[in-house]
Design a protein around this ligand. Structure first.
Ligand SMILES: *Cc1c(COP(=O)(O)O)cnc(C)c1O
Length: 219
């Protein structure tokens, strides 16, 4: 179990298994393979194995990678990292989906984009993400500003059972859809906790190391 193809197959089997346990259709789940810190060639190798959804978290890395890989067919780029306000418009130029919309200052730069609202499940404001009580207001501002809000994104905090954290996101989502009925998607679940996320209703999984292997040390 050491090749890229083996690891990808193992995660696909894990996703299918969790979906079956949740009574859900695995075909309704999107697995975004997170390729941050890896060379463009890894994206090519994954594309050859059938992967089409790729996640990147740093603009300075994602922009040249997306440009270098523009010849690949049918790729959807997901931007999953914290967004600097002054870089957001550039990110929107190559990212098909942005998982980290989290504040009013990003409405203008991201006009026309498809976004998830990232919710911060910790008490630390530096973690990225909006506070839970901000979600309705942000969704309304986003809609007015011409963003297409798909739903919520979250990272399970350290020190909390992931399943409990994802259950909290599911509750926030149930509340949000009362005022933003189209915002039903849930981007949650990483290498270590994707099965829990699927059990709590995730629609978009962001999985890196379980598929790619360890990330190269950042330079
Ligand atoms: C890196 C990253 C992931 C993937 O994490 P793994 O543990 O490697 O699966 C998912 N989401 C975000 C926001 C990330 O930054």
């Amino acid at each position: 179990m050491d090749s890229l193809a083996d690891r990808l197959a193992a995660v696909q089997a894990g996703v299918a298994d969790a979906a079956a346990r949740a009574g859900r259709d695995a075909a309704e789940l999107t697995t975004v393979v997170v390729t941050k810190f890896h060379p463009a060639q890894l994206v090519r190798d994954l594309h050859a194995l059938g992967v089409r959804d790729f996640g990147e978290s740093r603009h300075q890395e994602a922009q040249p990678k997306a440009a270098e890989l523009a010849d690949l067919d049918g790729v959807t780029w997901h931007f999953i990292g914290q967004l600097q306000s002054k870089k957001a418009k550039q990110v929107a130029s190559y990212a098909d989906l942005i998982h980290s919309f989290d504040r009013e200052a990003l409405v203008g730069p991201l006009a026309g984009s498809r976004v998830f609202i990232q919710v911060n499940l910790t008490d630390d404001p530096d973690r990225g993400g909006a506070a839970p009580q901000e979600l309705e207001r942000l969704a309304a501002l986003a809609a007015e500003g011409g963003l297409d809000v798909l739903g919520l994104m979250a990272v399970a905090p350290l020190g909390e059972e992931p399943r409990a954290a994802f259950a909290r996101v599911r509750e926030l989502s149930e509340r949000l859809v009362r005022t933003a009925p189209a915002a039903t998607a849930l981007s949650m679940g990483m290498s270590g906790d994707y099965a829990d996320a699927i059990l709590e209703g995730a629609t978009h999984l962001r999985i890196g190391t379980a598929i790619t292997g360890n990330r190269p040390v950042k330079g």
